[in-house]
Design a binder for this molecule. Structure first.
Ligand code: MN
Length: 293
């Protein structure tokens, strides 16, 4: 019997936000995971918070999340609308706007703040963003912190037949490599497709794969249609998916090699064991993760 080398990944399910809450006073989010208990199906991704879109009135007191720590993973912020300002204890800072991505490696520990940018807040506007947490393997959790500002113009956009583009943030598509440096193999694409477009998307066999619809309506493998703010989760097995856009759609494609290690979480810390979480809290309280300048 012939082996089918082009097996499609299968759809495991479609999920809606499992919880909604405010992060600080600036980011009203819908959480897709971990609230839906998808851990092993989205490994190496730990968390997806979908912020807005929400309009904020003009203010002289920018909203956001004040000083707080992280250890053991990376936070990836993708801005679709609005301006977000970041400052951290490693001395990094930056402002990201529509199409930009901030890839912050907390690793051994960092303290940062994430705020609406001051002049943007003064004028008011619509905030629309995603924050994704990317896990680190045990061997890398205590690496030095890092920070990558990835601007819209740094991200290659590969045109798609029928209209639209695949913007490659991490990994590669059709031989074009995304700018993000990652610790484990990851494909992260901002996909924009016109209504009626069919796109075959190669994604490595063995990688988890999920698709978050920011707007529009699309199906995977000819069935399982999902709409706005829904997450389509696929199997690791299979080496591609076929996406059919039933509307002009914008989709965040998240795929990666699963890390497959135990996960211990406590708020802003994600380690492998409870003892490491206790150590993280102690180190933070002792000021070992630093302070904002
Ligand atoms: Mn944070």
């Amino acid at each position: 019997m012939a082996t089918d080398t082009a097996t499609a990944k299968e759809v495991l399910g479609i999920y809606q936000a499992g919880s909604t809450h405010m992060v600080g006073d600036g980011f009203p989010v819908r959480n897709l995971f971990p609230s839906n208990d998808l851990d092993r199906h989205v490994d190496p991704f730990l968390m997806l918070d979908y912020a807005g879109p929400q309009y904020f009135e003009p203010t002289d007191h920018p909203r956001g999340v004040g000083e707080h720590p992280h250890r053991g993973f990376e936070t990836v912020t993708i801005v679709y609308d609005g301006l977000v300002a970041h400052r951290d204890s490693a001395g990094n800072s930056g402002v990201i706007g529509p199409g930009d991505v901030q890839w912050m490696t907390a690793a051994s520990g960092i303290v940062h703040e994430e705020m609406h940018e001051t002049s943007w807040a003064k004028h008011g506007g619509t905030l629309h963003a995603i924050q994704l947490w990317v896990n680190l393997p045990q061997a890398k959790k205590m690496s030095a912190p890092g920070y990558q500002t990835i601007l819209n113009t740094d991200i290659p956009a590969i045109p798609v037949d029928g209209g639209g583009a695949v913007r490659v943030i991490a990994g590669s598509f059709h031989g074009r490599k995304g700018p993000a440096r990652t610790f484990t193999p990851i494909e992260l694409y901002d996909l924009q497709v016109k209504s009626g477009t069919t796109l075959a998307l190669p994604l490595p066999d063995g990688h988890t794969a999920s698709f978050f619809i920011l707007h529009g309506r699309a199906s995977v493998n000819g069935s399982h249609t999902a709409g706005e703010a829904e997450l389509i989760v696929c199997t690791r097995n299979g080496s591609h998916v076929v996406i059919d856009a039933e509307d002009d759609s914008r989709i965040l494609v998240m795929a990666g090699a699963p890390i497959g290690e135990p996960i211990a979480r406590y708020g802003p810390f994600v380690m492998n064991t409870k003892a490491e979480l206790i150590q993280a809290v102690e180190d933070y309280q002792a000021g070992k993760m630093g302070h904002l300048p």
